[in-house]
Every structure is written in C-alpha cells, then in structure tokens.
Write a new protein. Structure first.
Length: 255
C-alpha cells in the first residue's frame, strides 16, 4: 500500500557524481582499485522500496489524471484531483491485499473516486500510462550506485507493495537485471509492513536479516516493517536523500 501511495509524492531532483567501482568484503576490508584507501562493506544486501524511492513519477498524478481526463469531459482542477486521490487512497479496502494480480479493481476505484469519472476507457488509458517506463524515472545516480554495490558483492532486491506492472517497469528502466530478487506484494500475497514479505526477500537473497538494509519512504510500511524482522531501514528523504548517501553508508572507507 505504501509504495503506490508514496509514488505520488514529488521528490526534488539532485545531481550525483560517483566514484569508480570497488570490490570489498564484509569480512575484511580490501583496497580500492586505485590502492588509495580501504573499503569495508557494512551490509551484504540492499532492499529497495519501489514507488517513491527507486521509481519516481515523471509528472504529478493530478496532472496526468487531468490531461488524460480532458478527452473524457473531466474538468476538475489539479487541486481537486489531488485531494480526491488522497481521500480515495485512504479509504478502507475490504480485501486482504489492495494489489491482487494486476491491481485493477483497486486502481479503478481510486481513479473514479478521485476524478468522479467512471468511464472504463478513461481508467484503462490511465492504467496503461502507468504501465510504461516513460511515466517514471530513476533518481539521479541510482543505476550507477546499484552497479557499484553489485560489483562490490552487495546483493540487491526490490521489496514493493505493487501490482504486476512492476517487473515491466523495472525492465523498461533498464534495472531489472541488476536485482537478485524482486519481491512484489501482489505475487507473494503479503504487503509491507507484514514481516513475511521481508522474510521472503532475505530468504531469496540467502542473507541474514542483520546483514541487510532496507530503503523506503514510509515509516510504518518500510521502517517499522523491516525493523520487526531485524532488518535496518533508512527512510528515503530523511535518513538518506540520494543514492550517493546509500553507497557511502554501505561501502564505508576505512582509515
């Protein structure tokens, strides 16, 4: 639930320049490729939330809903759509999972409640828009950081409350192959903060909870969920603000 809600939050852009790849060990520090300093791997695995952390919207949801909706007679303001979305998303959902399979029943309700437009063609166009990589982007430096961490022996996983569109989105953004595991709530039957979704991730990576760190932007779903199974968590936008921050806290320079 938190992923889909969080992916509508606007996050400020930033610039990031990364160092050359390093190889390191959590057991004993090894030298940087240039031989100038020692690097220690603080964690053996990095788990990443998707929407709102790894995946950023190309433009605000209210803008997209409004632009697509005009051809269907929608005349609400961006503010009205944004407020409607928040109300619709916060409403109780009677099922165990909000995102079952393609998640269409849930998203159809959200779109219609947010905009007042129940046109099936409108919903399908909105839904398909968010199924394409062009609707999203990675935070600056994300790809380079993940590549460096992977080269250093850190295992990578996505742990996300999302529907079945996520794998295609990761592929469209050219990062799917970087991950050793992709754990999606609609596939495993658990949503964060349920401990089972985090346990599934570390089981697939074959790492201990204490050797993994999770990065997400929701206090309850991400931080409290990860902590409940013994996984450290850094809140995106608070504990870490860039992927450079993530890299520097996992690959720690030694004196």
């Amino acid at each position: 639930m938190a992923d889909a809600c969080a992916f509508f939050r606007a996050l400020k852009p930033f610039n990031l320049r990364l160092t050359s790849p390093v190889r390191s060990s959590s057991a004993s520090p090894t030298r940087h490729a240039g031989g100038e300093r020692m690097i220690k791997r603080a964690y053996d695995a990095l788990l990443l939330d998707a929407g709102g952390t790894l995946l950023q919207l190309a433009k605000p949801v209210e803008q997209t809903y409004g632009e697509i909706g005009r051809k269907y007679g929608l005349n609400m303001t961006s503010t009205e759509i944004k407020q409607g979305f928040k109300r619709a998303f916060a409403a109780p959902w009677p099922e165990k999972l909000r995102y079952q399979g393609d998640g269409k029943p849930f998203w159809k309700l959200v779109v219609s409640e947010a905009t007042g437009c129940a046109d099936d063609k409108y919903f399908e166009e909105v839904y398909e828009y968010y199924a394409k990589g062009e609707a999203w982007h990675l935070p600056p430096g994300a790809y380079d950081t993940m590549s460096i961490l992977k080269d250093a022996g850190v295992k990578l996983a996505v742990v996300s409350n999302f529907d079945t569109r996520l794998r295609k989105l990761l592929k469209d953004l050219n990062v799917l192959d970087l991950f050793d595991a992709v754990v999606i709530s609609s596939e495993v039957g658990y949503e964060k903060p349920d401990v089972q979704i985090f346990k599934t991730a570390i089981d697939r990576l074959n790492v201990e909870a204490g050797k993994a760190v999770h990065v997400g932007d929701d206090l309850k779903a991400d931080k409290e969920g990860a902590k409940s199974v013994g996984i450290d968590c850094w809140l995106w936008g608070k504990d870490v603000e860039t992927f450079s921050d993530i890299q520097s806290r996992i690959l720690v320079p030694q004196p």
